[in-house]
Write a protein that binds this ligand. Structure first.
Ligand code: KIV
Length: 273
């Protein structure tokens, strides 16, 4: 590609326009190097609040702060040129009122350069989604399993089985009609995800929601196999980076102990000839 070819970033409207068309490919990213890798292949990079658990070792996403989201959002933006950057609103930053949500959403966009936010919740958050979109903040919804509600949901269980399906459908319809440009469906049965996808006019993006959504998202560290002991059913492992890293670090440790690293090619001569 010639140096003066400008790459245009995808917008929330571009993603909205993909309903029923080419699948929307999404992954999380929390750092600049990972954002560059994701940008080369994906349409949307999510700075997910999962970063609290994945990068910072927190027991849930509840301890994630605005400052953490801003720091990682800025890092991700440095690595993107095409993908839409969506940044999660952390727990406690939007639930109180639409005004609180606007204050914090506008701060996230202003201080990171991201072009959209994601927030969790359905019917109860519809007014907030409408308030934000009417004021220039594109919003991605997130229904089904909403990890910030782990304490009221009683764990990270599949949502919407049997009669409970209508609740998840109503949540998705509420945020879609309130103006969300796309909605994440997390951990819902495949048949329900299909029914919801057919019912709403905006793209559904599934994680543990089967193949019939308009797009898919995974936590990038999960699909790269960066955690040896975390294997949820809905994650396909495309690499085993934890295993590769373990072997590499073991080899390094053995070579340092045996004094075979660094070798001559990793060392500097006393004078340049
Ligand atoms: O925080 C996150 O990474 C997410 C995805 C799992 C959708 O919300």
């Amino acid at each position: 590609m010639s140096a003066n070819v400008q790459i245009r970033s995808l917008t929330a409207s571009d993603i909205r326009g993909r309903k029923g068309a080419k699948p929307v490919v999404c992954l999380t990213a929390y750092t600049t190097p990972m954002a560059k890798l994701v940008d080369a292949h994906c349409d949307l990079a999510l700075v997910g609040d999962s970063l609290g658990m994945v990068l910072h070792g927190l027991p849930s996403t509840l301890g994630v702060t605005m400052e953490m989201m801003i720091l990682h959002g800025q890092a991700v933006m440095r690595g993107l040129s095409r993908a839409l950057c969506v940044i999660d609103m952390p727990f406690g930053s939007y639930e109180e009122s639409p005004e609180q949500a606007f204050r914090n959403a506008s701060r996230l966009l202003r201080e990171t350069g991201a072009a959209a936010v994601k927030l969790e919740g359905g019917v109860s958050m519809a007014d907030t989604v409408a308030f934000l979109t009417a004021r220039g903040v594109p919003v991605m919804g997130h229904v089904g399993l909403t990890p910030q509600a782990v304490n009221t949901l009683g764990g990270y269980k599949v949502q919407g089985r049997d009669a409970d399906g209508d609740r998840v459908l109503a949540d998705t319809v509420a945020v879609a009609e309130a103006g969300a440009f796309a909605v994440v469906l997390e951990k819902v049965p495949q048949g329900l995800a299909r029914r919801i996808t057919e019912a709403v006019a905006v793209p559904t993006v599934g994680i543990g929601a089967g193949p019939d959504c308009d797009g898919q998202i995974l936590v990038v560290d999960d699909m790269l196999g960066l955690f040896a002991d975390f294997r949820p059913k809905f994650v396909k492992r495309y690499a085993n980076l934890a295993g590769d890293a373990d072997q590499a670090i073991a080899s390094y440790a053995a070579e340092v102990r045996a004094r075979t690293f660094p070798a001559a090619e990793h060392s500097f001569a006393d004078s340049v000839k």
